[in-house]
Every structure is written in C-alpha cells, then in structure tokens.
Design a protein around this ligand. Structure first.
Ligand code: GAP
Length: 448
C-alpha cells in the first residue's frame, strides 16, 4: 500500500486533504489524474446503469437533508457504530477494532463498554444557529431517491420494475478513518434503487449481484478477487432483509467493495403518508409528516402497491483504490531495469494518449504534435496531452506510471513521410502509422 500511496501523491492522483495545515484524517483530495480516473469510473457506472439499459432513470439530489427524512429512514435512531473509549489515553475506537480488548494506542485494558455513536454530520440552515434549521449531510445517497419516488414516476410514467440511479457525496463521521481511501469521512457512492413487485425481490437480488460482479470485472478487478459474502442476519442494516456484500482483497485485507441489499418496502413505506392504505410488510414507524403516497399502481391488477427495493450500493473511492491496486505493477525489463506501470483498462485511463514531439524546441514538430492532439481530443474519448519535454525515454516512463495506454512520437519522419510512432503501454511495442490514420486507430483502440 505504501508504494501505491506514494505514487498517487507523486503523480497527482490523490493528496491528503488540507495538507498545508497539517491535514485532516479521513479526507482526501483527487489531483489532476485522480479526478480523471474517478470521473471515468463514475461514467462507466452511469453508462452501464442509465444508458445501456432501458429501465433506469438518473437523479442528482441535494446533499443537505431535512431531519425528518433521516428520522423516518431510521438513521437518526440507528445509524451508529458501537464505540469504546480508553479510560487511560481517552482515545475512542470502533468496537470491532478492539478484538483483544486492549487499547491499540496505549495498551490499557481499562476500557468503557461499547456505546453507540451516531455517524451523521449535522449542520444548520439559515442565519440563526438555534437548532431550528437543523439539517444533515446525507450519510447515503439513497434517501433522496426514495423521497423523489413520486416525482420520478409522475414525470416519466415508469412501471415496475424500474430503477433510479444516483452518484454523489455521502458523509460519515468515522471515528477511525483508515487504510487510505478505504474508510473516509467524505466519500462518493454510486447507488441504484431498483423497484420491484413484492415476491420478485429475491430473484432480482441475485440478478443484480451477478450484474455488479460482471461490471467490476470490466473495470479490471479479477473475478477470483471478488468474494460474494452473505451478511449474517444479526449484522444486517435496519432496513435490510438480505444483503450480499462483494468483498475484495484490498492491500490491507478482504473488505467490502459494494453491498447489494434487499431493502424490501421499508424505505418507501417509511416515507409514505396514509401507510394504512397499503399492505406494507416491513415494520415502519407511523409517518405523520410526509405529504406523498409512495406507491405505484400495478398495471395488471390495478392494485396500489409499495414496491420492494433492491439496492446495489458501491463506493467510488473504494472502487478507485481497488482499481489502482490491481493496475499497479512493478515489472522487470529485459535489460535488467525496472518500470512501474499502471495497467488500467483503457476506458479508465486518466490520459488516453500522450503526443510527444521528438525535440522540445522544434516548432514544426511541436505544431504537428499540437495538431494531432487537437484532432484526437475532438473525438471526445478522454484527455489527450502534448508531452513537450524533449525526452522520449522519460516521457514513456512517466506515462507508464500514470497508465497512459498510447504514446505517439512526432519525429522528422512525421514531417517528411507523414508518419507517427505509436507505443503501446502494456507490450511496449512500437508501430509506425500514417498520421492520417491515427484518429481511426485511436477510435478502434478505445472501442475494445
Ligand atoms: N445505501 C446503502 C449504504 O450506504 P453501506 O454498506 O453503508 O450501504 C455502501 O455503504 C458502500 O459505500 C460501501 O460498500 C462502500 O463501498 C462505501 N462506503 C461506506 N462507508 C464508507 C466510508 N466510510 N469510506 C469509503 N467508502 C464507504
């Protein structure tokens, strides 16, 4: 992990947040290449959910959340982790970190019993901070999907089964943020709530588990490193009837990358008015605040039902960490030297191609390079850069380290014969292409 963290900083993927003031634990900033990688991952999820299928709509809802949303969702009461305080050094720990009943910092065994600690961040809306403007930073993106359920069926005329997808920030006041991007306080989720007829929920849960594994494989995570794990009944979240976690071998151990939960009719049932009109199966609190019925008419039976929900919920940051971990390779070369290379899937690579003029100060070479860059950039397949260092070897090394699939050198043959040398990141093989054909070559490469 240390080598990966250091590469991320050195090459501009990920920085400790607020670093110049000493940093804040559990917060990270994505640098110039990190933001490209993260956007590419989110785009791949969005395309697979919203564009490639015809049964899912998108949403981008607010982060600041009305307290009643989180009251009826059950988060105010139950969204907590059991914590233990060390009475000697006064540090606080997650109970599951203290398996040997000793404080990890000072070794003391003088500890409190586990106590629940709510993970939600509060803030205040409006000019007066007297508690009347209480709002929360959402702890999951899902809740605003449920509160927008009626808006979305009214505006799209959807019928069951269908889903609503959202990507966005979530916030949790993790007491022991750790393992780089794995457990942080501000992170992004890619969540999709799939609304189904009660009775078809188990079948849909299995379908979505398989869909999600296939998607992670396409992002470069080997199938044998994704472990399906059914969450034991005693550990299920308050809303879940069954959850399958996709566990991944992170550098620090096997942990959750994504969870796929059967949330039943708990959430829509909890947020609905006139709950007694519906046959809600989950145990929900009586809602006296909502002004919407969160139900849909069954097109066959004409009965109004509160759908069940299957929710694949993936962490963007954990995804980025897993993808970086898989891509990172230290390779021994034939000449005895070593290279670091990030073997990203082409669609995830932060830079798709680097165009390198052989000589830095040669105007003709630089002009051709800029022209080619602009042509490739206009194809809209991702970022293309001109690498104007005048040092081909150094440029190759740099672009291997940041995972750029193609390097294109503009040399004197480019001026005389109209050719370009294209070097492949993974094989390091070079081939000569006519400059007129490079755009087709590039399109074909990223279609793979
Ligand atoms: N809506 C369901 C939900 O939020 P979760 O298991 O608490 O379920 C879903 O979170 C995903 O969000 C996790 O699988 C993980 O990838 C990511 N996640 C949760 N807490 C996180 C944290 N503190 N830091 C980074 N990612 C986190």
């Amino acid at each position: 992990m240390d080598d990966l963290v250091s590469l991320c900083k050195r090459r501009g993927f990920i920085f400790q947040s607020n670093e110049i003031y000493g940093g804040v634990q559990g917060l990270y900033d994505y640098g110039p290449l990190g933001v490209e990688l993260k956007n590419n991952l989110k785009q791949s999820w969005w395309v697979s959910m919203v564009y490639a299928r015809d049964d899912i709509e998108g949403l981008d809802a607010s982060i600041l959340t009305h307290p009643e949303v989180l009251q009826y969702s059950g988060h105010q009461e139950t969204f907590s982790d059991p914590m233990i305080d060390c009475k000697s050094c006064k540090l606080r720990w997650r109970a599951d970190d203290l398996t040997d009943k000793k404080c990890p910092a000072c070794g003391s065994t003088d500890l409190t019993d586990p106590r629940p600690f709510n993970l939600m961040f509060k803030t205040s809306l409006g000019p007066v901070d007297d508690g009347t403007g209480l709002a929360y930073l959402r702890p999951e993106t899902a809740q605003q999907i449920f509160t927008n359920f009626k808006n979305i069926i009214d505006s799209t005329s959807r019928s069951l089964p269908f889903g609503i997808a959202q990507i966005g920030k979530a916030f949790r006041n993790e007491i022991t943020p750790r393992n780089f991007l794995f457990r942080v306080r501000e992170f992004e989720q890619m969540e999709m709530e799939f609304f189904v007829k009660p009775g078809t929920d188990e079948e849909w849960l299995n379908k979505w588990v398989n869909e999600r594994i296939d998607w992670w494989i396409k992002q470069g995570i080997p199938e044998n490193k994704i472990i399906k794990q059914e969450v034991p009944k005693k550990d299920l979240a308050h809303y879940s009837k069954a959850t399958i976690d996709l566990m991944y071998e992170f550098p620090h151990g096997v942990e959750e990358l994504e969870g796929i939960a059967n949330r039943t009719d708990f959430d829509l049932g909890s947020h609905s008015k006139n709950q007694e009109e519906f046959n809600i199966s989950a145990k929900v609190n009586k809602n006296i605040a909502s002004n919407a019925k969160l139900a849909i008419q069954d097109i066959e039976t004409k009965e109004w039902i509160v759908p069940y929900v299957i929710e694949p919920s993936a962490g963007v940051d954990r995804g980025v960490l897993a993808i970086l971990n898989e891509a990172y390779k230290l390779e021994k070369l034939e000449d005895g030297k070593e290279r670091i290379v990030l073997t990203f899937q082409p669609h995830l690579a932060p830079i798709k191609a680097a165009v390198i003029p052989l000589k830095k100060n040669n105007e003709s070479l630089v002009d051709v390079a800029i022209g080619l860059k602009n042509k490739l950039q206009a194809l809209g397949l991702g970022r293309v850069v001109v690498e104007n260092t005048g040092n081909i070897g150094k440029s190759y090394r740099k672009h291997d380290e940041v995972g750029t699939p193609l390097c294109m050198t503009i040399d004197f043959d480019s001026l005389e014969k109209g050719t370009v040398t294209i070097r492949d990141r993974d094989t390091m093989k070079q081939e000569i292409q006519s400059i007129d054909k490079v755009a087709d070559y590039f399109k074909e490469y990223f279609k793979k």
